[in-house]
Each structure stands twice: as structure tokens, then as C-alpha cells.
Design a binder for this molecule. Sequence first.
Ligand code: COA
Length: 400
Amino acid sequence: MSLQDKFGKDILLTGWGHSKFGKLTDETLESLIVQVSGEAIRNSGLEPRDIDEIYLGQFNSGMQPLGFTSSLALQLSGELANVPATRAENACASGSAAFQQGVKAVLAGTARNVLVIGAEKMTDAGAGMVGAALLGASYEMAGKASSTGFTGLFAEVAKHYEKRYGAGILGASLGDVLGSIAAKNHRNGMDNPYAQMHRDFGEEFCRTISEKNPVVAEPLRRTDCSPVSDGAAAVVISTSATGGATAPVRLAGFGHANDFFPAERRDPTEFAATRASWERALGMAGVGIEDLNFAEVHDCFTIAELLMYEAMGLTPRGEGSRAVQEGWVYKDGKLPINVSGGLKAKGHPVGATGVSQHVIAAMQLTGTAGAMQLPNARRGAVQNMGGVGIANYVSVLEAV
Ligand code: COA
């Protein structure tokens, strides 16, 4: 099964751009959007006048005073005058929300070439404002004060998980497993020139509470958290390639599932709707998890990556630790996960993340990922999540 079989047309990623992630004091939200939009259009071999529609993924939620950002990409070129542009918002999955809206516009035939951008400028706001904005993605905590921010919500997931499955984690504590995931992603981030953190902390440091690695919200330490970041990424989606600088990549399947918002309506030890989004995307592509050569997943906190191993069907529930303890998800393992460093080391400018994941996957599939490059990367998946398993998106991408 392919999109061609299902919808009568292919969806290709024909060009992309990616900014450095980090605390980018010399950049604005606008400059980041213009930079990556220009790169993506140029690399696709198109001109700005060829773009039929624009989707921008951005969460914002109070981190930036400008609350109406859809037209910022038009600043790139006068040729973009009158191009329809819309901001898509689905918390930390806003980038993938924009991507899938773009895909649907091309599938519907209302656009031939869509520019999809993900962008976020978080570091202009103080830590308190960022924390409050992120808590806007929680049904229970929106508008309430919290000293542990969004970390506190994932810390609850970790506590529930440890209570239910702790005894099943062979030969290590949950804290050590999470420390291994952090160390893996920090090691991988060393190879990513776009990454915010180039620091190979090692297992011992990530597993140990220290002055340099304090608890943020018990049991999650600083190294279990993604950082606060600025950054942007963009892709051009088309039905056919026009011979740009980058070879195209094909979208083989996509899935989206939202869960109930109140915590009491969800099992805290499982990302049930994340699982549904994986099943939809893999089902549309007609492949299984064993057919993937790599995945970029949403490790906003290390506990999220652990639950992802289970949601994507890599292990049964409660056994996710095997994937890291037995080496499956390392760069030389059977399914390398987050070779970019993930959100953990690459950074997590929230609205940019989903588009960044697609760009990194496209680089892998075209052999242009530099030091991150995996041998024989022919098919990969990206997974992006908003809230605590609430808005879930998966794309399966293939080399052409
Ligand atoms: N992982 C590892 N190291 C980190 C880090 C992270 N996430 N964040 C900061 N650091 C390092 C800095 O590089 C700095 O190192 P140095 O002292 O050697 O120079 C040190 O920690 C202190 O940096 P600072 O920015 O003062 O840290 P902080 O304590 O203010 O913030 C967190 C750390 C983890 C609290 C913050 O990054 C955070 O809130 N992350 C979660 C963001 C979030 O919720 N995103 C949404 C997810 S859904």
C-alpha cells in the first residue's frame, strides 16, 4: 500500500531547511521563519511564486507577545503576496500538525506545493513565563502555579510507571534506565551540527543526582529533561519533484490521534493515542515496526522515550527498558532511535520540533545526514506529541 494506491498521488518532501537550535539571542521568530523558508524553497528547486499554501506550526501560548504569526513567512519574498497562510497549533506537536495539514491540502488537490514551517522562540521569555505557557497544554494545570512546570506532569507518569512495572526492569532501577536514555541521546547529539547541546555527559553523570544534575521533579533529573530552546525548520511538500538541490523523500503513511484531555480518563502508564497514531501510520504505509531502519521520537523527557518503545510496539507494555538495556535503540542497534540527539540534546523549540524531525529523517533517507548518517537508511518514522500523550502524530518516510 502506498499513498499513490490510496489517494492516487504521491506526497514528496522536495526541499528542507533547518536552523541551529539553542538560545539564539541574535534571532527573532521572524528571522528564523524567513531563514528556514528560504532554504527549503531554494533546495526544492522551486521559486517562492510556486508555493500555493503555507502552514506554520507554533505553540506560543504566551511565550511571544505576537499571537498572530501566519503571515511572517511572507516576509521572505514579494512573490508570496496573497499566498494563503495558516498557523497550526497542537501544543508541542504543532509542527507535525502543520505538516499533516499541508499533506492534506496536497492530497485534496487544493495546492500543488505547500511550505510547512515549524518555529518557536522560547528564550525571550523568563523561565516562569515559559513554564506557565507550557502548562497551558495541561487540562488540570493551565493557569495554575507550579514549581515543577511540565516536568512535574511527566514525573507523575514516571512514578506511576515505576509503581506498576518497576519490578519488571531487570537488573536496573527506572532511574538508571532513564539515565541510559539521556546518555544515549546526549552522545548522539554530538554528531548533530544543529543541536543545542553538544555535551557527552556519559551514563554515570546522567544516572546520578548531583549539584550539576539536580532533581527537577522527583524522579526526573535535569538530564531527563529537554532544554528550553529557540529554532525553526521547514519543508516543501509536493506531488512531484522539480530537480532541486536535495533528492526527494516519499511519505509512505501518516497517522494522527488525540486522547481525552483530563488525566483521569487516561492510563498514566501508557500513551494509548500515541499507539493509535503509530498503528494508523504504519497501517497506511503497509509496513511493521520491524521494517523501519530508524525513528526520531518525542523524548521531551526520558520517560516519554521509554513509554514510546511500548507505544510503537517495539516491546510489550512494561518491558520498554529492554530496548535500551539490550542495545536495540543505539546507533548500531536494530532500531536506532533519536540519532539526532532527540529533543533531549538537539533541543525542543516546541512548535519547531515536528518539522525538525521530518527534516532530520529526510536527511537520513537522502544520505545527507553527515556525522549522524546511518548506513542503509531506506525507511524511517517520526513521532511527535503534544501534552502528556494527548496530540499524537506519526509519519513513515521512505527513500525514493
Ligand atoms: N539537560 C541537560 N543540561 C541542561 C538542561 C537540560 N535540559 N538545561 C540546562 N542544562 C545545563 C546548562 O547547559 C547549564 O550548564 P552549565 O552550568 O554547565 O553551563 C546548566 O544546566 C544550568 O542551566 P539553566 O538554564 O540555568 O538550567 P535550569 O535549571 O534553569 O533549567 C530545566 C533546566 C531542565 C529546568 C529546563 O531546561 C526545563 O524546564 N526543561 C523542560 C522544558 C519543557 O518542559 N519543555 C516542554 C516539554 S513537553
